[in-house]
Design a protein around this ligand. Structure first.
Ligand SMILES: Cc1cc2nc3c(=O)[nH]c(=O)nc-3n(C[C@H](O)[C@H](O)[C@H](O)COP(=O)(O)OP(=O)(O)OC[C@H]3O[C@@H](n4cnc5c(N)ncnc54)[C@H](O)[C@@H]3O)c2cc1C
Length: 308
């Protein structure tokens, strides 16, 4: 297997960016997941294009990840190449009074700091989401009544079908609750332009601090997780349904329904992906039987089961 990947040394991808047979638990906030055959840390467009071309030439499957904060990777890991859009793929500029253009690896917290330093408001509710801009756009991440799709002006992607670069305007992106058109397309988000509005930095900072303190109060940030495990079903709240079904604190191995926030499955330390998946299935069965609601996972599930 490694012989194919040894040929990556003939490309312009730096050796330090190539990781063979590397556990995905080191690249996800759940801290679980078996090995990727090959993970490439992307910090420039030319490396990204080389990795995509290499995968196509060798007919290798490609998986794209950002900060891994909405991922559950199974214990058998991921075959082929994992392209990780790293947080150093993060050029950002403000070409007008209200626009920010940034590369997709930038973390939402860094973007929030940039907006604050330029006196631009609108990003504060999203500032505590621990993802990259690319991951947030794919998921249409949101918090406290705001969604990133409301701020997007346009998004530039690299198509994996023909390796061309294309810019979509917001009206072509079909943003909805935790979904977007790009979730169903074979592409990598390269960058986006966001529209914000001017405000006093002091006010922006206060709002950011307020949202951060709400997160600390309500979310189990001391344990690995991928945030809300399930989407909000129409007309109900996943956390309340789970709580009402008596599942607060319920455990499968080291995977547990958080005592602090029933919408989060947490890793108590040594959970496997299989523990988490079993717990998720149990939650879905109990909640559906008792309430009629079928909870749909918000976390993206990737990779293969482990061989016994
Ligand atoms: C403690 C905690 C709190 C959270 N709170 C919230 C919250 O309030 N609101 C919310 O919406 N989410 C929340 N999340 C979930 C998560 O942070 C968001 O979904 C985030 O936007 C995911 O970004 P990421 O870079 O980590 O993406 P990843 O988890 O790495 O990937 C998510 C999806 O995006 C795709 N993807 C990532 N980058 C790219 C790219 N550049 N091009 C193409 N596809 C890409 C991946 O293939 C995958 O399908 C929380 C998570 C945690 C751990």
């Amino acid at each position: 297997m490694s012989s194919i990947y040894e040929q990556l040394s003939g490309t312009d991808i730096p050796a330090s960016a190539i990781h063979l047979n590397v556990p995905m638990s080191g690249y996800t906030t759940f801290r679980v997941g078996g090995p990727a055959d090959c993970l490439i840390d992307i910090s420039s467009l030319s490396c990204l294009q080389s990795a995509v071309t290499f995968a196509r030439q060798h007919a290798l499957p490609l998986t794209i990840i950002g900060n891994g904060s909405n991922l559950l990777v199974r214990d058998g890991g991921i075959r082929g190449i994992v392209i990780r859009i790293s947080s150093s793929y993060n050029n950002v500029e403000s070409p007008s009074d209200t626009t920010i253009c940034c590369e997709s690896g930038i973390s939402l917290s860094s973007l929030a700091q940039y907006a604050l330093s330029h006196g631009l408001a609108g990003f504060e509710p999203l500032s505590g989401i621990p993802g990259s801009l690319g991951g947030a756009i794919i998921m249409n991440a949101g918090a406290y009544g705001a969604e990133i799709g409301q701020l997007v002006k346009n998004v530039t992607v690299l198509s994996l079908d023909n390796e061309t670069i294309h810019t979509y305007n917001v009206d072509e992106l079909a943003f909805g609750y935790r979904t977007s058109r790009l979730m169903h397309e074979s592409c990598i988000i390269l960058s986006a332009a966001l529209t914000l509005h001017p405000d006093a930095p002091g006010q922006i900072r206060t709002r950011m601090q307020d949202f951060a303190s709400q997160r600390r109060q309500k979310q189990p940030l001391d344990y690995p997780s991928a945030g809300s495990t399930f989407k909000r079903p129409k007309g109900a709240f996943a956390a309340k349904l789970i709580d009402d079904c008596g599942l607060r604190g319920f455990r499968t191995g080291d995977a547990q329904v958080s005592e602090k926030h029933c919408g989060f499955v947490i890793n108590r330390g040594n959970a496997t992906a299989s523990d988490i998946l079993s717990l998720m299935q149990h939650i879905q069965e109990i909640v559906q039987t008792r309430t009629g609601y079928l909870l749909e996972p918000e976390v993206r599930i990737l990779g293969e089961d482990a061989c016994d």
